[in-house]
Each structure stands twice: as C-alpha cells, then as structure tokens.
Design a protein around this ligand. Structure first.
Ligand SMILES: Nc1nc2c(ncn2[C@@H]2O[C@H](COP(=O)(O)OP(=O)(O)OP(=O)(O)O)[C@@H](O)[C@H]2O)c(=O)[nH]1
Ligand SMILES: [Mg+2]
Length: 150
C-alpha cells in the first residue's frame, strides 16, 4: 500500500498529527492507519519512532514511504534538516510541518520562514489543539500523491 510517513523528534506531535489527519481519536498507541482518499485510493499513514530515539527504525520506515512529513516544533532543527537528505535519497516527496504552533506567539511564521530559508522546502504550520493547518496539510498530501501517480 502507498505510504505517507510521519517523522520527527520525540514529542514533536507525530501521533497527535496522525490522529488529526485521520479524524479519528483513539486512546491506545497505533502505528498505522489506513484510509481511503477519493481520487487517490488507499493509503497508509505511518507513525514512526522519534528520529532522535531510534534512528535505525526511523530509517527503515523512510525506505518505504512515498510522501514524508518532517515535523519541527521548535527552533533547534538541525537533526531534522540532516534527515531531509536521507528522505530525498529514498525518493520521498517531503513536506515540512511546523507543529504545535498554538504555543508559538506568531503562529509559527518566523520558524517556518527560517526552515524554508535553509531547506528550500515549503512548510505548513499546524496545531492539533486548534485544528490549524490540518486541512491545508491534507490537501498538500493529496496533491502530492495525485501528482506522483500520473
Ligand atoms: N499545545 C499543543 N500540544 C500538542 C500538539 N500536538 C501534540 N501536543 C502535545 O505534545 C505531546 C506530544 O505529542 P505526541 O503526539 O504524543 O508526540 P509524538 O511525536 O507522537 O511523541 P512520541 O511518540 O513520544 O515520540 C503530547 O502531550 C500532546 O498532547 C499541539 O498541536 N498543540
Ligand atoms: Mg507518538
């Protein structure tokens, strides 16, 4: 099945984002959620261990994803940047996601700009607490998956 991977450090908000994207809150920890997207088909959203927790496991997950979300929740993001080249090598399309932006005074704007400047990649600011940016992110994922299939 086509896979979308959620990468980021411990406590960056990976699991919360997976639940928000699938509109499905569950109490126990699940590592995968399958969902059907109209026009795209069945995809699997894959929650991963922190890139700072078990890099080898996270790298294994990186090999099989078509789209990779790289989560960044604060301004120490060197490790996340170093992961971008690994993800590119595996052929994944990457979306950088600034998470927990309800905690940031400017809604993540300056962090997003800083990350964009060094990575050259587009970023989406999200909060699962206020539901900010979830729809925008869903749309970006869908358009990447649609483009890749053509
Ligand atoms: N304020 C706020 N808190 C959030 C948000 N997303 C996640 N959190 C909180 O941040 C903590 C970590 O969120 P998780 O989703 O468990 O993060 P994770 O990356 O899956 O963490 P691990 O699986 O332990 O690596 C939890 O206490 C969440 O409630 C958000 O958008 N806003
Ligand atoms: Mg988690």
């Amino acid at each position: 099945m086509r896979q979308v991977g959620i990468f980021g450090k411990r406590k960056s908000g990976k699991s919360a984002l997976m639940y928000a994207l699938t509109h499905h809150k569950i109490m126990n920890e699940t590592k995968y959620r399958a969902l059907e997207i109209s026009g795209v088909g069945k995809i699997m959203l894959v929650d991963t261990v922190g890139v700072d927790a078990e890099p080898a496991f996270a790298e294994k997950s990186a090999e099989s994803v078509e789209v990779a979300l790289m989560l960044i929740s604060n301004d120490s993001f060197e490790l996340e940047l170093s992961w971008l080249s690994k993800l590119k090598k595996s052929g994944a399309a990457i979306i950088i996601v600034i998470t927990q932006v309800d905690k940031l005074d400017d809604g993540g704007k300056s962090l997003a700009a800083a990350v964009k400047e060094v990575s050259g990649l587009d970023t989406v600011c999200v909060s699962t607490k206020t539901n900010t940016g979830i729809e925008e992110l869903s749309n970006k994922i869908i358009s990447l998956l649609s483009a890749e299939r053509m």
